[in-house]
Design a protein around this ligand. Structure first.
Ligand code: FAD
Length: 227
């Protein structure tokens, strides 16, 4: 049984967990009916339930980053973002932007914040897809925007090439503020900070503001997570 993060999206269909491109392809050859890929189940909406079979590809064995050439990194599309970040950091590289959590897989079109920063999918420069007719295709560059946020409709992404940036440090600031203040200052905050977002806490009149900015300070001890 598949259940998403909150437990509000569930389905009883079988979940298959193939490893790597060949694993996905041979598994697809053995299934009939409709099929839906799944990442780590953090979508709030019913994106995955409903198919005859759910495929949750596992990260392939070995390093999740297979090649780095300048700014471009060829990576396992089904590795979690935290594993990819760690592997990229080992080569002095990093994702330009990330979301609030990093347990999702790269294939799932996760976005971050930042008025001038692209979402993760917009950094994709090449992609390998196992299509519904069980073929492994390298997506032609002119078709790439179609797979950036395809959410499984065009097939199962198995490898992705993504633009990276030199590794960097961020300073994180978190604070509670009245919602009226948050609404009144958000345009300025988006301009002032590399990343800025806030969450309204219903019925409290307050919200949590989170800002991230580049820092040249060495990494400090991670603060206690008060989420
Ligand atoms: C606490 C929390 C914080 C969150 N913060 C953010 C955030 O900051 N930014 C953000 O964007 N979202 C955020 N989300 C929402 C969620 O994380 C995103 O929607 C994320 O992209 C889902 O990823 P997943 O790995 O859980 O994929 P799933 O929910 O399992 O699947 C997402 C979609 O991707 C498709 N898919 C999965 N694998 C493949 C594949 N190999 N090939 C093709 N398609 C595939 C699925 O079919 C589905 O349509 C958050 C969720 C939670 C619970």
């Amino acid at each position: 049984m598949l259940s998403n993060w909150s437990g509000h999206q569930t389905c009883d269909t079988p979940v298959l967990r193939p490893v790597g491109t060949e694993g996905v392809r041979s598994m697809m050859r053995q299934t009939a009916g409709s099929l839906r890929p799944a990442g780590t189940g953090h979508s709030f909406t019913p994106l995955v339930p409903g198919a005859d079979t759910v495929v949750a590809p596992m990260p392939r064995y070995g390093p999740p980053v297979s090649a780095i050439s300048g700014a471009l990194a060829r990576v396992d599309a089904n590795a979690p973002l935290h594993a990819l970040s760690k592997a990229l950091d080992g080569s002095g590289r990093a994702f330009r932007n990330l979301g609030d959590i990093n347990v999702q897989t790269l294939a799932t079109a996760t976005h971050g914040t930042g008025a001038t920063l692209p979402c993760l999918s917009a950094e994709i420069t090449a992609a390998q897809l196992v299509t519904a007719d069980r073929e492994v295709v390298e997506v032609p560059s002119e078709d790439l925007p179609g797979v950036w946020v395809a959410l499984g409709l065009l097939g199962i992404l198995t490898e992705i090439e993504i633009t990276t940036v030199p590794a960097y440090n961020l300073r994180r600031r978190v604070g509670f503020k009245p919602v009226a203040d948050l609404m009144g200052t958000m345009q300025d905050k988006w301009a002032d900070h590399r990343n800025y977002e806030f969450f309204v806490l219903p019925h409290s009149g307050k919200g949590v503001a989170i800002a991230h900015d580049l820092s040249t300070d060495p990494p400090g001890k991670a603060p206690m997570d008060l989420d």
